[in-house]
Design a protein around this ligand. Sequence first.
Ligand code: DQA
Length: 146
Amino acid sequence: MKILVINGPNLNMLGIREPDKYGSETYEDLLAKIGSHCQTRGIEAEFYQSNHEGALVDRIQQAYFDKVDGIVINPGAYTHTSIALLDAVKSVMIPTAEVHISNVAEREDFRQVSYIRAACCFTVMGHGTDGYLEAIDYLQETIGEK
Ligand code: DQA
């Protein structure tokens, strides 16, 4: 089973950016944490981070040709703006889970919209970086049942 973990803009700044909201773990710490979680579960994990919307679309499309089984995505601020990411996830028909480190439901009004959510089978928010692991477990359970 192959899972692609995609992080959008500014998530490469984890550990530096707003630690009160996003914690003190760095992006590298996050990859190591997800990597070891996947290893113990026999999941092959691939990682991608970009600050650019079109590059994220390209990577989602590539997942179709790479025969990725599931996608975990934290689209960062593009969550609240990007119809292109929504359409990309719909295009590839790969089970996709949406992750937010912070609890966006309790933040500013402009964070209350998630375009990508309509194409996602699972959403987790406010569980810190553990949310990525929950999303992976969800995908493994649901994809494994098929
Ligand atoms: C975020 C929440 C978004 O609103 C924000 O723009 C981010 C990170 C989160 O993980 O909590 O960049 O997706």
